[in-house]
Write a protein that binds this ligand. Structure first.
Ligand code: A2P
Length: 341
């Protein structure tokens, strides 16, 4: 099984390599691609250096391509890669809403991945983090309304987003004017209720992704979702306050019991001991932290919760690798004769 990463030098690309080092995915070859800017640079995988190649303009000789080089690259090249025989697991939003492209979180709808026609979409990071926490509750109590407020890290805008936070914060302490290029406004000591472009309905595209993608991943659009997405000056891991109105009334104890057994979730809920989800603790962690679980004061029998998840991992690289692992475990990929590395 030949594996390739497109966008290997980016924030998500870096996490692909770290996740693959500990993944059961079997592959015999790993090739790394990025823009001409990175040609010849070297990345380390399992202690060995791999040279980054310029992404070709045509097909890539791989069985599976993990793509995270942005929507326009995926839009143009993913069909070419599929034509060349590869299965593309795409981290961009380019194909997520296409009816014949599965949008997959393996803990929720892994089987959808088996119906792919060459491209499988990895969800928006904010959506994936909320989905692993909410789906087990949806299965038991059925969500009627879901209201999400996000606190999103700068790494959601890639490596350049994190760089801008660090660089501009340094400028602040050096007494220089703080500027912005990646974000709509200066990010140090600020927060920005604007992620991605504004839509005609007044919501941003990031907010609408949570609506569209939650419905598609759950395979159920009978419940209502709304989101306010806010960029905050943290480096990585997104947090979200989630309010749920439920068809069947739930107690916080029942929710804790369900979430303590849910795959991809870590229950972090002991407020008396100052234990609750936080981005610093969730960074680098595979599981999404869930806590502050309490009865809604607005919706009878509803719930309030707070989640923190590493959006470069569950919201991106980890989820994509888990999709490949799922396909291989189901015999839907070449098994590869050589274990990773
Ligand atoms: P490069 O580092 O050479 O610019 P991030 O999301 O962190 O900004 O990373 C984006 C990733 O996509 C990087 O690996 C980047 O490579 C890659 N990339 C951007 N533009 C292109 C392109 N035109 N062709 C191939 N890879 C690209």
């Amino acid at each position: 099984m030949r594996l390739a990463i497109v966008g290997a030098t980016g924030a998500v690309g870096h996490e692909f390599l770290r996740v693959l080092e500990n993944s059961p995915l079997q592959f015999s070859e790993l090739r790394l691609y990025a823009s001409p800017r990175s040609a010849g640079s070297k990345l380390t995988f399992k202690g060995k250096e791999i040279t980054v190649e310029v992404m070709p303009e045509g097909p890539i000789a791989a069985d599976v391509i993990l793509a995270s080089a942005g929507g326009s690259i995926s839009k143009t090249y993913a069909p070419v890669w599929v034509e060349g025989g590869a299965v593309v697991i795409d981290n961009s939003s380019a194909f997520r809403y296409d009816a014949d492209v599965p949008l997959v979180v393996p803990e929720i709808n892994g089987d959808a991945a088996l119906k792919h026609k060459g491209i499988i979409a990895n969800p928006n990071c904010t959506t994936a983090i909320a989905a692993v926490a909410v789906y087990p509750l949806h299965q038991r109590f059925k969500v009627k309304r879901m209201i999400v407020s996000t606190y999103q890290a700068t790494s959601g805008a890639g490596a350049k987003g994190m760089d801008e936070l660090l660089h501009e914060t340094r400028r602040y302490f050096d007494g220089e004017t703080v500027g912005n290029q990646v974000f709509a406004h200066p990010i140090p000591f600020n927060l920005i209720p604007h992620i991605d472009s504004f839509q005609d309905n007044g919501y941003t595209k990031e907010e609408m992704k949570v609506v569209w993608e939650t419905h598609k991943i759950f395979g159920d659009d009978s419940f209502k979702v709304s989101c306010t997405a806010v960029r905050i000056p943290t480096l990585r891991a997104h947090s979200e306050a989630i309010t749920l109105e439920l068809e069947k009334p739930a107690t916080p104890e029942e929710a804790r019991e369900i979430l303590s057994k849910a795959p991809g979730v870590q229950l972090v809920d002991d407020p008396g001991n100052k234990v609750y989800p936080m981005p610093l603790n969730a960074s680098g962690k595979y599981d999404v932290e869930v806590g502050r679980i309490r009865a809604s004061l607005v919706f009878d029998g509803g719930l309030e919760l707070f989640v923190s998840g590493d959006q470069l991992l569950k919201g991106a690289a980890l989820n994509a690798v888990q999709i490949a692992e799922y396909l291989q475990a189901k015999g839907a990929l070449p098994s590869g004769e050589v274990a990773a590395g």
